[in-house]
Write a protein that binds this ligand. Structure first.
Ligand SMILES: Nc1ccc(F)c(C(=O)c2c[nH]c3ncc(Cl)cc23)c1F
Ligand SMILES: [Fe+3]
Length: 288
């Protein structure tokens, strides 16, 4: 690694209310970090029934739901329904329009992450679609005290089957005490780390350890070096993506390029048109 990326900004993601009675720790998407091209939102969520994310629309981007504990049942206005369990990933391309619900399944608290990945203008109105990978099928490998689960992209010789319209890497690392990670990241991509468990030293060994719920924006370079100098396991995400470089106009779960396109999207949603037709007579079972 010729030029390891260094941490340029650090954020502690604090709990806030979202959906109906749900709690999210929002790092990307908060006021101080509205957009980190191509990423719109990173929520670390925690939700227990009857709370959840009832019927709501999306247009113009993708949601990546990665479950850590418990499960979430999703259902959409096309009749697509399923349960995302611990370790599973749902990569949803909203494209021209999806209306769905995402509700906790079973007893106890469901925890996970939802990342919103923007789509380029040429992809914003594609047909909606899903890529759903069960935990047992997630590309995973271990070496020298480091285990990686490859949600998207490739690492340590294994590759994810997920097709990313916006080129993206999404890696879940677990690092044993005293072990270290050296992961290449394309120099032209934007990249960040998000700590889930334990404490890690990121970028250079001289840096102070960083704990859970922190997002670390990474500067320029060709990769990331991370050390676990503690006596507990470190678990963190390394996420990177090719910047889209287009204007962003956003109204909640509608993400387009201009305010006029947002106005047209609101009109389509209210008139059940141009991709929202099936929303006219649909309610999720959660809402029945
Ligand atoms: N208010 C509002 C508006 C628009 C949304 F899309 C949502 C929403 O569905 C979520 C936002 N964070 C999330 N983390 C995890 C899951 Cl499973 C869902 C969400 C929402 F809550
Ligand atoms: Fe949603």
């Amino acid at each position: 690694m010729e030029k390891p990326r260094q941490v340029v900004r650090k954020f502690l993601a604090r709990p806030q209310h979202e959906g109906v009675g749900a709690v999210v720790r929002r790092s990307i998407g908060r006021f101080e970090l509205r957009y980190f091209d191509p990423f719109l939102v990173l929520d670390e969520f925690s939700v227990s029934a009857p709370a959840g994310f009832p019927d709501h629309p999306h247009r113009g981007f993708e949601t990546v739901t990665y479950m850590l504990e418990g499960a979430v049942t999703h259902e959409d206005f096309e009749g697509h329904r399923g349960t995302i369990k611990a370790g599973d990933v749902q990569w949803m391309t909203a494209g021209r329009g999806i209306v769905h619900s995402e509700m906790p399944a079973g007893p106890g608290t469901s925890k996970g992450l939802q990342l919103w990945v923007n789509l380029s203008s040429g992809n914003k109105m594609v047909e909606p679609g899903y890529q759903e990978i069960q935990s047992k099928d997630i590309a995973c490998t271990s070496a020298d005290g480091v285990t990686v689960r490859v949600i998207a992209g490739h690492a340590m010789g294994v590759r994810s089957p997920v097709c990313t319209r916006t080129p993206t890497m999404y890696l879940d690392f677990t690092v044993r005490p005293r072990a270290a990670v050296r992961q290449p990241v394309l120099p032209s991509w934007n990249a960040f780390a998000y700590v889930l468990e334990g404490e890690g030293v990121f970028g250079t060994e001289r840096c102070a350890p960083v704990g859970a719920h922190h997002l670390l924006l990474l500067g320029q370079g060709d990769g990331l070096e991370v050390w676990n100098k503690s006596d507990r396991p470190l678990r963190f995400l390394l996420i990177g993506g090719e910047p889209i470089g287009e204007p962003v106009a956003q109204l909640g779960p509608f993400v387009m390029n201009t305010e006029e396109e947002i106005d047209m999207t609101v009109d389509d949603f209210e008139r059940y048109a141009n991709g929202f037709e099936k929303a006219r007579h649909w309610k999720s079972q959660a809402m029945v």
